[in-house]
Design a protein around this ligand. Structure first.
Ligand code: ADP
Ligand code: MG
Length: 705
């Protein structure tokens, strides 16, 4: 069980107590080793075996003091969740006793076998071995559960020849790519102090909490994370009375412990509130460097589920657990900052800073416009197909919200015009100078998938239940690519400021079609976006192959983020993931409908037939009951028909070999047939007496605890 924070002053002591964070590193490592480790973490030095040895020893002592018995290389295979294999610290000394040992080699490299993780053919072509390698920049932490205390070392997972078999390797490479290109640009602008640029991310995580008993009684939730059948009650979310409402007691108890557990792990759980849908909540943490944030978000999701269960609740992270009410996403707040502390997406105080800010902002606009499909693909997963371009905004169209002021400024630069931003603030654009920017450039727009929010961009399409690594890999790489083109030009230019302005103007002119400050949820936008030529691909399976398009291969190989074979492996893995997911969902649906829902309905109809006979013999009117019988009978019949159709499609999809054709068959045939069956079964549920419905209903799950 958790320690309890009795007073507010307890929080600082609790915070980070289960992580080998910077403060602990400084305290426990010899000064010279600490200094060297910092340089390794900043990418300025290679890790030596000597440093690894000392760090391993300090880590072990710290972990043992905290009760650890095991350690694990914690990594993120392409399943989207995390993986660990525990080894104990014990080492026999030959006289029947053991000592606790942990070497530098055990810290830096592991060989977890792990051959059952998806590799998309990457491992078959080489040796089947997989290695984990210590990510020195993400702090080690302690996990406590029924097995005891385990020291977790964040690692990357690669194949024998260094092929990325996980989500982290590419993320680290993409951060490096962006750093290299951003530093080139900064240098041309006269920056002599920054040596690295890091990407930062602050994810906001949405989730549902429902009574755990209901969760356990719903095979669909239990096995797939979402409900595949279920009719909405009379009340949905239309009153929006849940949003920012008072937090119910059991949820409050959960949140308290959830925060404490996260704080112990050094995770800056900051904001919590009720979301729009009933029983939907959100937690935001303070931003950190992308790889640390990605690790932490995995821990947030894992901890959420664990702590919820302690409170008799089930935490749902699926993007669309319930049809007809809002689903969950993650808002990926993203920026880039220099190692000397300057946020490059923060407008500055003088024209020189502003030139830099506008250049980096323009780079993001160009990158997003040029790679919209790739970004949309990276934000896809089977669950997000229910949101992006389906029943729920944001649409599948990538557009950028800049706010009126930023757009006006960039438009003016692009068109060589002089404009007034606000009363009294006149922008001089005639000369080589760039404008003095108003302090607060922030407007709000909740409907945009990619919004500038004053000092960062918020990518709002990211799926709730998946790792944030994929979307950030793409984001970092596409921005790195545009920056590399900007740097090529700037390095050659003699008048850097004039060239900066020219680049901003040309880039924005060519790419402002992606900027849209209006309501992204309105149907008009789809029409307008089509006119602008913005891609709008609704099904994830239709865009997955984009990872291995000629353009993507050129992009990712140029910046050494993915090799061509790694990209092909992603396509295969994600297509397979889609097919497998729908296969399970359809299988569960068939079971629920065939074995429980329709038999229950038949039982009801049988009873109803008896009732009608009784009424008849009592000479009472039977028209009402007969109407019910007819309606129910018709729906049962239709349901059986739709069930047959689904089973036929499922058999066909299962029998398809080619990975592309199989995924398409699951999308076009099986997924569609599931929708047809659901329509009938949900209609049946609406007239079936409650006692006959064999599962917890939407009303139970969304309005009762
Ligand atoms: P709001 O969305 O209300 O403006 P905040 O400004 O607090 O809220 O930011 C929301 C999220 O954005 C938080 O997770 C925060 O840590 C994150 N964030 C703030 N600054 C940055 C940044 N420079 N890089 C990445 N994320 C950031
Ligand atoms: Mg947000």
């Amino acid at each position: 069980m958790s320690d309890t924070v009795e007073t507010v002053s307890g929080v600082p002591a609790l915070f980070g107590s289960n992580t080998f964070n910077d403060a602990t590193q400084r305290q426990r490592l010899p000064k010279s080793i600490y200094k060297e480790l910092k340089q390794v973490q900043a990418g300025k030095k290679k890790l030596t075996p000597e440093v690894a040895e000392v760090v391993a020893n300090a880590l072990k002592d710290w972990a043992l003091e905290k009760g650890a018995t095991h350690y694990t290389h914690w990594f993120q295979p392409l399943t989207g969740i995390t993986a660990e294999k525990h080894d104990s610290f014990i080492s026999p000394v030959g006289d029947g006793t053991v000592i606790m040992e942990f070497s530098g080699k055990e810290l830096t490299q592991g060989e977890p076998d792990a051959s059952s993780f998806p590799s998309g053919g990457l491992r078959a072509t080489f040796e089947a071995r997989g290695y984990t390698a210590w990510d020195t920049s993400s702090p080690a932490f302690l996990k406590t559960d029924a097995t005891g205390v385990t020291l977790c070392i964040p690692t990357a997972f690669v194949g024998y020849h260094g092929q990325a078999l996980d989500k982290k390797t590419a993320l680290l490479r993409s951060m490096e790519a962006l750093s290299v290109q951003a530093v080139r640009v900064l240098k041309t602008l006269g920056n002599t102090t920054s040596t690295r640029v890091v990407t930062t991310v602050g994810p906001e995580q949405e989730y549902f909490l429902i009574d755990e008993q209901y969760f356990n009684d719903r095979p669909d939730l239990l096995l797939t994370g979402r409900t595949v059948v279920g009719a909405l009650p009379a009340k949905g979310q239309e009153l929006e009375d849940h949003y920012f409402g008072a937090i119910p007691d059991n949820v409050a108890g959960f949140m308290r412990e959830f925060n404490e557990e996260l704080w112990k792990l050094g995770i800056t759980a900051k904001t919590q509130h009720n979301e729009v849908a009933p029983h939907q909540y959100e937690i935001a943490v303070i931003f950190d460097t992308s790889n640390v944030s990605a690790d932490q978000n995995q821990l947030v999701m894992e901890t959420l589920r664990k702590v919820a269960s302690r409170h008799g609740l089930a935490g749902l992270l699926h993007e669309k657990p319930f049809a007809g009410v809002n689903g969950s996403g993650k808002h990926n707040n993203w920026s880039m900052g220099t190692d000397d502390g300057k946020n490059l997406l923060d407008p500055g105080k003088n024209p020189q800073d502003n030139a830099q800010f506008l250049l980096f902002a323009a780079a993001v606009v160009e990158a997003v416009d040029d790679n919209a499909l790739l970004l949309r693909t990276a934000a896809g997963n089977p669950g997000n197909d229910h949101r992006l371009g389906a029943n729920e905004a944001p649409p599948a169209i990538i557009s950028i919200f800049l706010g009126s002021q930023m757009s006006e400024i960039l438009d003016a630069i692009a068109d060589g015009k002089e404009i007034k931003v606000k009363e009294g603030v006149k922008l001089e654009l005639g000369h080589n100078s760039l404008p003095d920017l108003p302090k607060d450039l922030t407007d709000r727009n909740r409907t945009s998938p990619f919004a500038f929010t004053g000092n960062k961009f918020e990518f709002r399409m990211v799926p709730a239940g998946d790792s944030i690594s994929g979307p950030n890999v793409v984001l970092n790489t596409v921005v790195a690519d545009v920056l590399s083109k900007f740097a090529d030009r700037l390095e050659k230019a003699s008048d850097k400021l004039a060239e900066t302005k020219k680049i901003i103007a040309e880039s924005y002119k060519a790419h402002r079609k992606v900027v849209f400050n209006g309501n992204g949820y309105s149907p008009d936008w789809e029409v307008e976006a089509a006119k602008r030529g913005l891609p709008n691909v609704k099904a994830w399976v239709d865009c997955i192959p984009e990872y291995a398009s000629q353009k993507s291969i050129a992009l990712f190989t140029k910046h050494k983020v993915f090799s061509e074979e790694e990209l092909h492996s992603r396509v295969e893995i994600y297509l397979e993931k889609y097919a497998k997911t729908i296969n399970i969902e359809a299988g569960v649906m068939v079971e629920m409908v065939k074995k429980n829902i329709l038999p229950a309905a038949l039982e009801w109809l049988t009873g109803l037939t008896g009732t009608i006979e009784t009424l008849k013999s009592a000479k009472l009117p039977t028209s009402g009951a007969e109407k019910q019988l007819k309606e129910g009978g018709a729906l049962v019949e239709k349901s059986y028909g739709a069930l047959d159709a689904l089973e036929a499609k499922l058999a066909k999809a299962r029998g398809t070999d080619d990975v592309h054709a199989k995924a398409q068959s699951f999308r076009k045939d099986v997924f569609a047939a599931m929708g047809d069956l659901r329509k009938e079964v949900d209609a049946l549920e609406r007239i079936l007496p409650a006692e006959f419905y064999p599962y917890p209903t939407y009303e139970d799950m969304l309005f009762r605890f």
